[in-house]
Design a protein around this ligand. Structure first.
Ligand SMILES: [Zn+2]
Length: 155
């Protein structure tokens, strides 16, 4: 009886233990498991905060490899500016534009009060992660802001 109840909870394809799951079934199960794991990381993972689903983002493929790298670094929250100290064992970098006491972070790059007029000029919204999502991606605004703020070549 207990074994029968266990079989009834499984997806229909697996009711008969002698039928092997198809490739489609396995792909579906793997994608569901991946999504479940991804959803559980949303508070810890910077990318998971802006990308709630594991589905492919078309905007991840850009015409330039350099642009893809910049977008990926911004989306995962790890840039040379903010994380190079981990590999180089040097002191962390600080903002060139203001007298902030804490090490430079990606949120500060887009929220620096000294750079607020530049954010307005380049139409960087608050919170800035909005323009990093697939639907709202504005690469021109991001790149021109980073260039004018002198961060682009260090991302
Ligand atoms: Zn600053």
């Amino acid at each position: 009886m207990r074994g029968l109840m266990k079989l009834q909870k499984q997806p229909p394809r697996f009711k008969n233990p002698f039928l092997l799951p198809t490739k489609t079934d396995l792909r579906h199960l793997i994608n569901n498991k991946w999504q479940e794991q991804w959803s559980s990381q949303q508070q810890l993972n910077h990318l998971a905060k802006i990308k709630p689903f594991t589905a492919l983002w078309p905007s991840s493929n850009q015409s330039s490899r350099r642009l893809e790298i910049i977008l990926t670094r911004l989306r995962i929250g790890h840039t040379r500016l903010t994380h190079s100290r981990i590999c180089s064992h040097l002191l962390p970098l600080y903002c060139d534009h203001c007298a902030q006491d804490s090490p430079l972070s990606l949120p500060h790059i887009f929220n620096c009060l000294t750079l607020a007029p530049l954010c307005i000029t380049h139409q960087i919204p608050s919170p800035y992660i909005i323009i990093l999502t697939d639907n709202n991606l504005r690469t021109t605004n991001i790149l021109s802001y980073l260039l004018d703020a002198n961060f682009l070549h260090r991302i």
